[in-house]
Structures are given as C-alpha cells and as structure tokens.
Design a protein around this ligand. Sequence first.
Ligand code: RAT
Ligand code: ZN
Length: 458
Amino acid sequence: MNRFAKLPEARLRSLARQVERIVATTPIFDIHTHLYSPAFRKLLLWGIDDLLVYHYLVAEAFRLQDLPCEQFWQMPKTAQADWIWRQLFLEHSPLSEACRGVLTTLNRLGLDVRRRDLPALRRWFAGQTIEAHVDRCLAAAGVKRVCMTNSPFDDLERPVWEADGPRDDRFEAALRIDPLLVAWPEAARRLARWGYRVSRALSARTVEGVRRFLADWTRRIDARYLMVSLPPEFAFPGPSVCAQLIEKAVLPHCREQCLPFALMLGVKRAVNPRLVLAGDGVGRSDLQAVQNLCAGFPQNRFLVTVLSLENQHELCVLARKFRNLHIFGCWWFTNVPYAIEEITRLRLELLGLSFTPQHSDARVLDQLVYKWTHFRQILTPVLVEKYAGLAATGWRPEAAEIRRDVQHLLGGAFEQFCEKGSVPNIDTSEGPMAWLKNSGGRNAWLQRRAAPSFHPDY
Ligand code: RAT
Ligand code: ZN
C-alpha cells in the first residue's frame, strides 16, 4: 500500500483506519446520474429486474449466446432478466465490474446472494415501496443528493415537468440538450411545434428562439448545469451546427444564467444499433476543442469528462491551464477499477484536489449502492498512500484536514465550481471570442496551436 513512503507500520495502520473511516462516512453529492425522484413514477428504475437488464450487462450477455438481438428486445423485462441472469451469473462466474455490482448491491441491501435464487430476490423487491427504497439506497450508498439527467425532448419526462409536481430536494436537475446539438433539423421541428420561432437555418431569429427555449427549461427545472455528450469528431470553433449553436446560444445562455456547461466527450453512438442502448462505443477526442472553449470563453465554466482512456492525461494538463475547466467522473467504460485507480491517481498527482473524481451514472436506483461502495474501495488506498507520502516528510495530516479534503472530492469541489462568481472574471471587455477576431480570424487561429498573445490569464 505504502509504495513511496517509509512510515512506521503502526503509524501507517492508524492513518489507513482514519482515512477509511472518513471516506466511508462522508456523504456524497453524485453529480451525474440517470435517476429520477419518485414523482417521475415509471422513469425511476429500481429492483432486481432493472438491475439485470442494465445495458452494461446486456452488452456482456450478448457475447455469450447467439440469441438474435431483435428477439431479446421483444421479450418482457422479466424474461430478459432471466436470460441475463442465466448467461452471466449461472453459466459463468459474474466477474465483470457490472456483474459484481449487482451482487455488491444485493449484499449491501441485506439479501442472500449465495442461494442464487432469483424468484426470492424478486419477492423481496416486490415487498418494498419506492419511497422507502429511495431512503434505503441513498443511506446504503452514503449519498445525500444526486443530479438527474433531464431532457425536454423526452416524451415521458416532459409532461412531468409541465405538470409542475412536487420536488424532492435530494434530486437536482441538469438540463440535457443532446438532441438540440446533435440532431438539429429534428430538434428545430420540435421547438417550432412547441411555439419557439426557429427554423432550420441558424438565423438570428432562430438563435433567439433557441435561447428562449433554454431559458424556459432552465427556469422550469431549476437546472444546476447544462449538459451534452458528443462524438470524438467534435470540433470547436467550427462551421457545424453543433459548434454554432454552442457558440451563439448555449454559451451566452450559460453566461447569463451563471451555469456551467458539461461536456461528455468521446461517445460513438450506435456503433451496433441492434444492441440499442448497449450499442454505443468510444473514440479518442481532439481536446483542442476543449482548449479553444476554455480559452475563448473565460466567463463560461466547463465541466468535462472524457470516455477514452487515452484522453485522460491531456485533459488533466488542460485543467492545469484553465480554472474555468472542472474535470469530473470516470465515465461509463472507464468506470472499472483498473481505470478508476489509474485516472484518480493521475488527477490527484497533477491537480491536487481541484476535481470531482467520480459520478455514478446510475440508471437504476439500487446501483448507487455498488457504484459508490466500489469507488470508496478504490479511493481509500489511493488517499492513504498520498497522505502517507505527506506524513513521511514530517507533515502531519490532521483528521479535520482529511475530512475537508474528502468532502471536497465527493461533491464539495463541484459545488464550489458551480457557485456564481467562483471563477474570477478576467478582462473580457471586448466580449467573448474577441481575441479570436483580433488574432487573424478563425482559420489562422485554428492552425495556430500556441497563441500567447490572446492566452487569458488563467
Ligand atoms: O453510462 C451510461 O449509462 C451511458 O449510457 C450514457 O447514459 C452516458 O452516461 C450518458 O450520459 O450519455
Ligand atoms: Zn450518463
């Protein structure tokens, strides 16, 4: 455990116990999930069948059997769950991270996994109420609050917001705008249908309509941040509709509302469409786009996570250059212990504490339990090693300091980053992108990798 520090064994053991206790008991703010509060009814997934048909498991099960995909999707949820249980838990040992997660969850909820008795598990879940189960899962995961992923383009979700039902403070909103940025013609049609004055061409009137749409939905859901996932080819600035809408509508809106814009980069959607939600892939992104956003829009704040392992180091270095960039999470295919440990070490070693190491991405309420149990198991030894390294220099990490640092990592740094005015303004009297216009135009600028003349004081 103590690879770099030479500390007396007893001192190391007591430090390890202290860090373990603090990590285990610090409540988490989970900044990106796909969960909903109980008011959203069927949209809030929970229970053993939803755990088993999680798309991470679907992808793994299809590798083991030649059942046609279409046949699987036509089966009722319980039959799908039965099939996955058989493939991944009975006919092979459930060694993958997503499979182990199901068992960690059941075990932490007090259920007996040894018996491999799916009907008994179903009976237990059938006896729970959703309200009590929300309390139980949040408590077992040590999570105090979560951010949902809220899309006005979702036909099941939109009416719930429009009905303006009761809010649950433990579920904060985040405005997800993928369809607006990656499927513009269809999004334009829908916005027009909902009464916004937009057309396909990005005229001033259309941009104004998009901004009104963003303002209405930000207000309606009380969004904590705006969010999009983008493919590896994403480039900024650029002539694409996506880049134009970001520059002309999303960023001005975020500035006006003092909201961060979250970018999740590197997803290749529908690499195998027959797998539906389980059919997305990964590609390496060109992080020049992030550099251009952070440098060009110093009054905007960017939350960024990248799907490709190969992008992680470059993203850390970018975060050292731009304090309007906050790195978060080990997203999706990087949410496996092997990658989490490596990425968390890298971030701590390059950034200290100014990042948010993890989000759960839970789609099923119960998953909070395993995602955070597993993450705490990784974070603890990494931090022990780091504090042991400090102790070896003669610096004595105090319990209160360790508690402060862990709170920072488990949601505090994110909250601080989101606070209005937390990123000090630099001189933007000429307005955003002014340095771009003054520095030879977009093309010249794009070709130039280092541009000290306009580099903001970040
Ligand atoms: O991790 C996931 O469940 C993915 O399917 C995606 O939802 C991803 O997290 C996203 O937010 O796009
Ligand atoms: Zn997600």
